[in-house]
Design a protein around this ligand. Sequence first.
Ligand code: NI
Length: 129
Amino acid sequence: MDVPSLIKAPVHPATAAAALTKLWSPRVVAEFDDYYVKIAKVLGSFTWHAHEHEDELFHILTGRLRIEFESGPVDLRAGDVFVVPKGMRHNPVALEECHVMLIEKKSTLHTGDVVTAQTRSIDEQLRGM
Ligand code: NI
């Protein structure tokens, strides 16, 4: 598709997520205002964390994702959109490979208030695919 200058080409999050080679390593595919749209390929348990000041929107592209809260789990399947409210401790767990699109403020750190071996800097997340 030809795209006029100053307008970015369309992105296809499901295709971009399928092409990812590293687990739990989000990549930015679009930005608007103060938000990033990211994709990630996940499997297994991530890490318990919270985002004190930001909500975090999950859109499940393929597979299933459980988000554990201290009050119990929420199970998501392909097509679901779910918002983790700011300040709530959560831990994403994928029992099977799951591709997910995330929409979050640019200030959001994906491991929230903790730093682990899985923490990826925003520079890493902005790298080309
Ligand atoms: Ni989170």
